[in-house]
Design a protein around this ligand. Sequence first.
Ligand code: TYD
Ligand code: MG
Length: 443
Amino acid sequence: MTKTSSIFICQKCGAQSPRWAGRCSECGAWSSLVEETKVEQTSVQKGKKVKREAKLFSLGQVSISEKERVKTGVEELDRVLGGGIVAGSVVLFSGQPGIGKSTLLTQIALKLLKNKTVVYVCGEESPQQVKLRISRLGGGGELANFFLFPETDVDLIISKIQTSKFQLPDSVLIIDSIQTLTTTDLSSVAGSVGQVRESTHRLIDLAKTKQIPIFLVGHVTKQGFLAGPKTIEHAVDTVLYFEGERSGDLRLLRSIKNRFGPTDEVGVFSMGDKGLIEVKNPSLISSDQNSTSRIGLAYSVVFEGTRPMVVEIQSLVTKSFAPIPKRVVNGLDRRRAEMLIAITQKHLRLPLWEYDVFINIAGGLKITEPAADLAVCAAIYSSYKNKSLVKGNCLIGEVSLLGSVNLIGNMEKRIKQAKAVGLTKIYSSGNLPKINFVSKIIS
Ligand code: TYD
Ligand code: MG
């Protein structure tokens, strides 16, 4: 017989304490104690030596069945997963609340129903709410294989799954969300690090022993933490991060960790009235190309994963009345933006020290590639001069501190993508080797 009880362990130094405390008594770290289960052996067991044989596997004995991957039918997701769901894998969908995790998982579930049984643990919503969402997403038809499980006790969920009649490898378990699950072995509340971690480990065990794929939903805050999915990233097989601005339509599904596929892939979706729609040819041009006011607008092509994406860079330069002018940047690294503002100031000779500069990337995208540098400088210049850049411009290049424009890789794919959306005036290091040439492409 084993008896479980819990213990609090400091995550910094490993000291154990029977009770929670705000500060570790050993190392003095604050808020570092996390509840974990402790399995105690009873006196009968203590005397006995447990006989268990350790097993060695020769690689020749280990067989891998090839029908393992199952396509979800959502191509953008399948690509990010590396070709489909792997049996017995645990995938964590993390993202801010309200970004569309439940929507995406419900859509996947509806697609999987064709040849799978789906068990959807709805810890956050009532079955009625989930059904409402399903009808909003246009799902009807084969719902007999869609099981809703409004339960939050992880042990009850696992035992129900194990004892049910489902053909387990042909089922998919969706947990929405991991922060609502608890085990009675721990005393801490749902959503605490201890509960989230323990519930995840129990579910991983279920996935591996029963070969059932599990999708976990995990909410993260803007800072990317809070009792959260961060603490279980190392344990699960795949971590997908769903990002985008809640106010905008664009949603990117990025793989951060993937034991069975690539980590640089990105799935692109757009949130509409009837759920998420896959975007096959992403382009972020928000304004009307033909409108007369294109002042402060420049276009570039950046890679998101393996896909080129046309982005619109908007800039506004206005006279500043503050002692230190404002630099407001959305969608770009602030330090990089400040560097580009300084380069523009020096090499294009603009008195930006007395101007506020606002930079925004359309659609809520976050650019990490330097390929858009040149376009950022050109957009700033255009706004300062109050004149638009030539129509159909697309500027691709990294800008150095010395004001030269450097070549960027994958130019062919970028140019093809730009032309596909009607941007034919391509400028890069070849025809615009120095940033001060930007003054020549003002119309
Ligand atoms: P949801 O999937 O509930 O977010 P999460 O599970 O990540 O917290 O998505 C919530 C938002 O999506 C909500 O603001 C409503 C919006 N939405 C749509 O715009 N269209 C739809 O078809 C659906 C189902 C939701
Ligand atoms: Mg949700």
